[in-house]
Structures are given as C-alpha cells and as structure tokens.
Design a protein around this ligand. Sequence first.
Ligand SMILES: [Zn+2]
Ligand SMILES: [Zn+2]
Length: 825
Amino acid sequence: MDRRYDPRAVEAKWQRRWKERDAYRVADASERPKFYCLDFFPYPSGDGLSVGHCRNYVPTDAVARYKRMRGFNVLHPMGWDAFGLPAENYALKMGVHPRETTVRNIANYHRQMDLIGLSFDWSREITSSEPDYYRWTQWFFLLMHERGLAYRGTGQQWWCPSCKTILANEQVEQGRCWRCGSDVTKKDLEQWYFRITDYAQRLLDDLATIEWPEQIKLMQTNWIGRSDGAEVDFALPGRDEPLTVFTTRPDTLFGATYMVLAPEHPLVDELTAAEHREAVAAYKDQARRQSEIERLSTEKEKTGVFIGAYAVNPVNDAPVPIWISDYVLMGYGTGAIMAVPAHDERDFQFATQFELPIVEVIAPPSGAQGTLSEAYVGDGVMINSGRFDGLPAPGEAFAAVTDWLGERGLARRKVNFKLRDWLISRQRYWGAPIPIVHCDACGPVPVPVDQLPVLLPDLEDFHPTDDGQSPLARNEEFVHAACPRCGGPGRRETDTMDTFVCSSWYHLRYASPHCDEAAFKRDKVDYWLPVDLYVGGSEHAVMHLLYARFFCKVLHDAGHVGFSEPYATLRNQGMILAEDGQKMSKSKGNVVTPDSVVERYGADGLRVYELFIAPFEQSVAWSDRGVQGCLRFLGRFWNLAAEVAEAAGSGVPAGDAEAEKGRALSRSLHKTIRKVTRDMETFRFNTAVSALMELQNEALDVWANARGALSLAEWRGFVLDVTRLLTPMAPHLAEEVWELLGQPGSALDADWPEWDEELAADEVVTVVVQVNGKLRDRLSVPVDAEREAVFTAARAAGNTARFLEGKELVKEVYVPGKLVNFVVR
Ligand SMILES: [Zn+2]
Ligand SMILES: [Zn+2]
C-alpha cells in the first residue's frame, strides 16, 4: 500500500460524495435540540476569499460539525450581502453591470467554500440583491413606516464626495468615509431615517442579556452614550423664552461664569448686539468650514467670540455673558452649554484663553483649594454655592440643586443619548429601492405590500452624480408611477436603501429561505431563532450589530417574533496578517488565498492550521511552515490508521513495561477527549489541536516500540476515537480513515466520543510548600496543574498562610510537581 497521504485525491473524493448525498441539508424540525451557527454574511468581493476569511469560516464550520456529532440539529447556512457600495464601485471599475459581477463573484466564493470543505446547507442560500429577497427588505421599510419609525428629514448630512452618497453617522470614522477613506463633507438633502433613537434605552439594557465580547458591548454602550442630567433654563432679559441648556452637573451651577452657543444656534442672530454683528458673522463663517472632528479636538486652540448678550443664572441671578464657539455642536443636547471652567477641561481652556472668571464650586476631598492649574472634575463637596455649601457632589448635590430649581419651574431631569437616528437613503444605484411614491396631493405614500417588490430597473448607465440625485432619477419609466392612494400622477422615490438594512434581518430568512408569502415563516423562525452562535469581525460593532438588534426589537414589538435579541452569543475572530506581520492587501501583493494553500497542503491542512494558529480572538501572522506542520500531523495519523487497518493477528503479548505504556496511552486518550470537548465548547481550538498532536506522538511511540501494549481491537478503537475528535477539524481525512477501518455510514454522523471520568482523572502529586526555604505544608495537586493555580492553593494552605501574613512577598518559585517556595521579608 502506498503510505503517502494524498490530500488532493482524498478531498476531491469526499467532496464529491458529500455533494451526491446532500450531506449538509438540514431538516426544519427534529427530535434533537437545535443549534443555529451563523457567520456574518459576506459581501462577495472580486478578490475572493483569503486565508483571513477562513479564520472565521473554518472555526464555525468545526463548531457546526461538532454540535452535529453531539446530537444537535444544526443550521449552518451561507448567503450574500450583495447590494451596496463596494459591489457597485467594483462594477464601475470593471465596466460591467453589478448584476454580472455579483453573480461571478458569488460563484467564486461558493467554489472556494466548497474547496475548504465547509458544511453549508446550500439549499438555503440567499442573495440580498435578488428580488425575492429585497422584496422583503422593502417590506421591513413599510413596517417601520407603519409604526412611525421611518420618516423624512432634512439637515446637514455627511456626504462622501468620492462615493457620491450620503452616509449614516456610523459610517463616518474620524471624519472619513468608512468605505473609501475620503474626507467627508456636509450636504443639505431630504433623507429617510429610521428612528433607532426610540430604542436607545432598550438597546442599552438588553446588552446584559447576551453573551457578547465585553469590548463590543462597551463600544455599543459608548455609541448609544446615555448621560443623566438636567435641562436648566437661563432667563434672557427682555425675552419670554429662556435659553435652555443640558448639563450633567447642575451641582456646579454657581460656577457657571459664561455660556456658549453653537455658532449655528437659531438664537444667535436674535441675541447678538449690534456692535458684535460683524465679528459674529465672520466667526460663523469660519466655523462652517470645519469638520465636526476638528471642532471637537482637544488639541486645538479654542476660538470664539462674545455676542454682547447676557443670560441670568437661575441659582443666584448673576448675569452670565454669552459667547459662541465651535466646540459646542448643534447635534447634541440643546446646542447651548453653561460653562463651568473650574470643573470642565474644555471650559477651563476656553476661560484661560479669553481671561474669563474661574470660580471653584466643588472642593476636592483633600481640601486643597485656591488657584487651579487645571479643571477639577472629581468628586467633592459644594463650596461658594450659598445654601448648598457642604453637600457632597455630584451625588446628593445633583439632586438638591435640580429639585430646588424644579420646584421653581427652572429645571427638569433629563436623559440624553448620543445615538442619532439611522439615515438609510443612499443616492446610489445598487440597492433596494425605497418603496415610496411621492404624490403632490398625498405626500409620500408607501407602496402597498401586494405590489412589492419595487423592482430595481436594469440601468445601462448607473454612474452616481454630484448633485445628490440617485441614478434611478434618470430613468423616466421607473420614476413615473401612479399614486397608490389617489391614483394621480406620482414620482417614485429614487434613493435606494443603505445595504445595512438588507443585513439587519437576513438571519431570519435562512429559516424559510424560499417563503414567498412573507419575509419568513413564523413557525420556522420560532424553531430556529435566535442565532445560537454568531461569528464575524469586530469592525461592525456599532453598525450591523446595532442595526440588527434594533430590527429585532421592532419585529418583536410588532408581534412578528417572540424574542428581542437576534444573536445569543457573538465571537470575533482575530486577523491573519501576512508572513511579514503586515496587513494582507492586494496592493501589497501579500494576500494568501485558500486556493494556493489547498493546492499545496490540502483543505484539511489549511483547516487544522487555521484552528491551531493562535487563540481564536488573537491576530497572528500566517506561516507556510505552520501549515506544513499541520499536514505532517495529519499524514502521520493516516499512516497509523493505515497500519492498524492492515495489521493482522493479536500481535506479541505484552510484557509488564509494555502493558504500563498501554494503560498510559489509554489514560491520555480519555484526557484528550475531555480536553478537546471542553475546548470545542469554549472556542479554544488551538489547544484542542495541540492536545491531539501530543496524543498522537505518544501513540506513534507506543505503536513503534510497544505495539503489543494494546490488542488490535483496542488499537482500532483508539484510531476511531481520534478520528471522531478530528472530524470537525479535518473532515475529509476523517471520512477516509472511517472507510479504511470499514466503519458503516459516515464519520460526519458518528457520535462524539465520551470520556471515562476515572481514566481521565488527573494524576495527583505531592508538592512541598516552603516559606524562605523552610517546609510549611504539603499539598496534593494535579500533575499538570497550572502554575498560578498551585500558587493560589499554596498561599491558602493553613500553615503557609500564617507565615505569609503581614510579610512582603519578594518572589514565588514553582518546581513543577515538586516544590513551591515563597521568599518573603
Ligand atoms: Zn466614500
Ligand atoms: Zn395621491
């Protein structure tokens, strides 16, 4: 028999057989518990998959296969986020219609996914740019509209001059377009919004109910940005309406020595005194040309002008001069602030610059008051605050001042959120048309559900324009439509929807992908959803992952689903860098594709390496030698399996030394089963692979030198158990070995092996514990216990604890399995 493992022949054979028997089709209901394992659905780019993408798909595939072997009914689907800017930009670059490039790119992705043996149920494939999908994306728009959650608004919007479209707040990063990196500008357009701000509090609260990385929860928390404060009215002499500010520190009101309005504040012109008009107008003009990022920079020198007006401080009736400055924005709070330079950093900078008074009203607990060299923002007690002096701030002081003003009708408690409504209109071609007809008589009228989809017309020229008009506006046939309400002449909405609308609900579609009466069948969604495990990159923290949660809550409120969080558990994979540690990119020419790796090392070699390369969340550099090592590991296992399959008779009876090796190998097997099982449950794939490698080294040694230690039946059992453990990682090899050993059925359907608790029990050793070299305790610990665990146990041991008490620990020494020494003084 040729002993060389040939991954290419083996993998092609099993991929063909899996396809023939439709091995990954999953039934909608089963006696078994369900498990929904989902990857972020990809935009099928022209570049195809890199090994970096496989860092996402291989681990989820391993989990899906593992869960299946553990007895779950596993839904593991794949589809395409095919609408949107990248697809359209790519088509423009190639000079081909996006419909064609999308089909081509999808075919390539599908081919690559098959190549690496991913177990997707392709009968559930969905494509967001197909009418049978976007028809329901449009239905979601109507649902939002019906519930008062879709509205039109005007205002200054982010505009990417390169992509020639408006962007949502979440899609502007550091003043740049998230897609193309161009500096964004502002444009005045009437746009469609989804009222996500209605859900701000629930989006915050429900974070506690889901298993997501803390980092992502924190990013969402900060993005939603709840702050608890008060609205306080400052009277304006000679005017009925007060000037209202939002503050989180009403307890510092006695220290408000000036006020600042955003230059765009609607009261500025009315309040400005005649002799200040010219300076104010010039300043407003200057502010208009600055980006929000520039305006909020703490590095930048503060600028501003006095407008010649005063407001009245409601706590002490003191006149407070009013300034305008670009560090105050219209979009947050009321566009006006009370400035307390003693206790706010930016106000302090501004006051220092313009020599405005700085009055301390919170004394630090250490009592050091006097001339401040910087703002004091910590806790303390109120001073220089009349009747409130001595109150602890902010705590009690916040309530006291707010209530006192409240009784006089001058303040009320208020919660503010940083989150803005989601702007969903795009002036681009390749998206789902917004199902609205504008009628002179009726206004914007939703297209009735039974008239969906509003088909995206096949434009030959789909170039975007600079004027803020979608290319669809050039298509007369599309634009002219009868008003669904009065039948009069109407004009179709020509903007398309942000592609993040398509991806906010796709996880529901997989439950009943071909349903043509609704976005999804309720009973299927009740069975499969929510998603049990969701895996993708962390870059979507405040975009897709926030929008999808919002959609789910709206659906829940409308009675369409019974849950309000779409993804129970989320994991973010680490990145794969090029061998030189740089980011992989086409322009650097350092992208490694699965095609080239599979060609040389096989799909299983690639898969095992993707799992072994590093802890799942950690970014790491690719190494060709690493893949070689993984292929070698698989080849050796195949050799062992082949030799075991060929071996005949009962072998030489074992001597005592051999028999002990056999018992040891059997213990190692059960420990490995336990370890791999626990690692698969906790996403520690790298240590699962290394445990299998260690087990194999031991087995190869016994097979070579003490074969008689196990009976042939035991050897077969050993190989089959390892094969089961390897199935999620290296399914092709596993199938081949399964067949080689004459097993019925498929390794994919095999049961996951169980471990014997007694055999897997840790061997225990006695460790002596010393303090400064003197024996104080003896401790029983598992032979392979972690260092830190041994120290913790040793420190807690009765006698040792007494000798450590009150001493300074200088050094801890652990000689594994033998001794702990604490050096103290
Ligand atoms: Zn752009
Ligand atoms: Zn009408």
